[in-house]
Design a protein around this ligand. Structure first.
Ligand SMILES: Nc1ncnc2c1ncn2[C@@H]1O[C@H](COP(=O)(O)OP(=O)(O)O)[C@@H](O)[C@H]1O
Ligand SMILES: [Mg+2]
Ligand SMILES: [Zn+2]
Length: 282
């Protein structure tokens, strides 16, 4: 038989204040796994939604997140913290092995990891802390940003291409999420590199991304990229070295090794639902 949490009776919250009916800050969530899950679920409620973050394009789901949700001993988290605290990533690994000096000015990062490893959350946390510090930031799903850039070249476009380009090129911090997606149309990352060249549309996207990355490197503006593709697989889907070489040269490449948070949340909800059903029969 499953153990009931004595503190919250498997409700996730303590006392009568059901999060459905009260403000997030008024509810006392339990510190058990169900409580944490409930808390995560409700943390995006109205009062955590922040106009400044919304204007930067950051999805409301992430507005309540902070770096405190992470284990700072993990390297990718440390990189995020360094970026937040002093605008550059001194990659401890590379410094130790003598590849970069401690005063390396590297300030851009490529996070890669599985679906659910909290890449989007972590990138958004960096942006939000930068917004708190008064920096101009933008979040965008990579594919959509690239489509926006390409569409702005049509003469019917409201904004001109240079305007759109400078919007993403000049912002203090840019987070392009899901970098692999734009190039994965019908391509399996694990498959061998196919001999056929990538199609024209995809090639145009790749050009735009490379241009944007170059521009931001020249102006020394930090960029955060996230992807489910390792560098090797990114090389495969882009079928060229031009993008990955820049990343290897000037970015900090950080695998995100969290367990799948979506699965954790899902499983906790399952248990909760089962227990609720059991309780109902009694
Ligand atoms: N500290 C946390 N506790 C519980 N759930 C979290 C926490 N941080 C993030 N999540 C949730 O985990 C899920 C996966 O995170 P996400 O950043 O979208 O992963 P990825 O971008 O790597 O696929 C999201 O639904 C997010 O809201
Ligand atoms: Mg994501
Ligand atoms: Zn509990």
């Amino acid at each position: 038989m499953e153990q009931k949490c004595r503190k919250c009776q498997n409700l996730g919250f303590i006392g009568a204040k059901d999060p459905h009916h009260y403000k997030f800050s008024q509810v006392e969530f339990c510190d058990c796994v169900l409580g944490l899950t409930e808390k995560a679920k409700w943390s995006y409620k109205a009062e955590t939604v922040n106009d400044k973050y919304l204007k930067a394009g950051i999805p409301p789901l992430f507005h309540g997140r902070t770096l405190q949700d992470w284990d700072v001993s993990q390297k990718h988290v440390r990189a995020a913290r360094n970026l937040i605290e002093y605008d550059k990533i001194v990659d401890p690994d590379l410094v130790e092995s003598g590849i970069v000096s401690a005063d390396d000015t590297r300030n851009s990062i490529y996070f890669f990891g599985d679906y659910g490893s909290r890449k989007t959350t972590l990138g958004c946390v960096i942006l939000m802390r930068k917004i708190d510090q008064g920096k101009r930031c933008l979040y965008g799903v990579c594919d959509l940003v690239l489509e926006e850039l390409k569409a702005s070249k049509r003469f019917s476009s409201k904004e001109s291409y240079p305007e759109v380009f400078r919007k993403y090129g000049d912002v203090d911090y840019l987070f392009l999420d899901e970098v692999g997606y734009a190039f994965q149309v019908g391509i399996d990352a694990d498959a061998e590199i196919s001999k056929s060249p990538i199609d024209e549309m995809t090639n145009a996207s790749l050009k735009e991304l490379t241009k944007l990355i170059d521009w931001r490197l020249m102006y020394m503006k930090p960029t955060i990229l996230s992807s489910n593709l390792s560098i090797d697989n990114l090389r495969k889907v882009t079928k060229t070295n031009q993008l990955v070489d820049r990343l290897l040269d000037r970015y900090s490449i950080r695998p995100v090794g969290d367990e799948n948070q979506r699965l954790v949340n899902y499983e906790a909800r399952e248990v909760m639902a089962k227990n609720a059903a059991k309780g109902g029969k009694r």
